[in-house]
Design a protein. Structure first.
Length: 257
């Protein structure tokens, strides 16, 4: 089994509220189907979740009444995005099932505490692709919080130990600086703790799940259970190649034994 994360920056324009990259999403679904691999799919919330969540500081938990309608709106919006993902997968010939974290997961102080992974196993056994996503969830200490796609990836990898875990980004991998704004940015081919320590502390847009630094922490944890890599999901054919275990441009996180 292969675990895939479709980043919010790939399937949406994260700077524009509820802006879907329909053609990209459809192509990625077709590449997954063409690979013939058994997969679990996680997708980010992108501009369907991060903008309103950041404006209302939902990642900090419940501390004022005005956050309640905002949390509800984010849950509605990410489900709209998830339905688009489900639609594209079905149209590509991949039967799938949506597993919203708000219904199957619980946080504790912002960390993922409980996730019903048996549901993922049951759908996989039936030949149905389980699909989950970044969402607002109940938090035992903070009332509610943000359950990120990367938190879900880590727990799923720990439970299922996939042969490969693939993160689809909007760039070729992890860079020494932001490649969108720094022409001297260099692709880091192998990710390790040193990578995390040396990255400059900056980010392009609001991201309530911790930006690239938290993502690398999750990748390093995932490397305990699975070979992992970061690729550019905007480049046609790259996801299919990675799914078929072909060499692709990207950043690798080697398995930690």
């Amino acid at each position: 089994m292969i675990l895939i994360k479709l980043g919010g920056s790939v399937i949406t324009d994260k700077t524009k509220y509820k802006t879907l990259r329909t053609e990209v999403l459809g192509r990625l679904a077709s590449e997954i189907k063409a690979s013939g691999q058994k997969v679990i799919l996680v997708h980010g919330a992108g501009s369907y979740g991060h903008i309103i969540a950041a404006e209302n500081e939902l990642q900090k938990g419940f501390f004022k009444e005005s956050q309640v309608p905002a949390a509800s709106q984010v849950m509605e919006d990410v489900r709209v995005l998830n339905l688009e993902v489900i639609k594209c997968l079905n149209e590509a010939g991949l039967p799938c099932a949506s597993l919203p974290p708000s219904a199957i997961a619980k946080l504790q102080a912002g960390e993922l505490k409980d996730l019903d992974c048996q549901l993922f196993a049951d759908y996989l056994e039936l030949g149905i692709v389980p699909v989950t996503f970044g969402d607002v969830c109940l938090d035992t200490e903070r009332g509610f919080g943000i359950c990120s796609g990367d938190q879900l990836m880590t727990r799923i990898a720990e439970t299922f130990k996939p042969t490969t875990t693939i993160f689809c980004s909007d760039v070729d991998g992890v860079y020494t600086a932001d490649p969108h704004s720094d022409t001297d940015a260099r692709l880091i081919e192998t990710i390790d703790q040193k990578t995390l320590d040396e990255l400059p502390r900056s980010q392009r847009c609001a991201d309530v799940t911790g930006s690239i630094f938290k993502k690398i922490e999750h990748m390093l944890n995932i490397a305990t259970y699975s070979k992992a890599l970061v690729i550019n999901g905007l480049v046609p054919g790259r996801l299919k190649a990675a799914l078929c275990d072909e060499e692709v441009v990207g950043s690798k996180v080697e398995r930690i034994l």
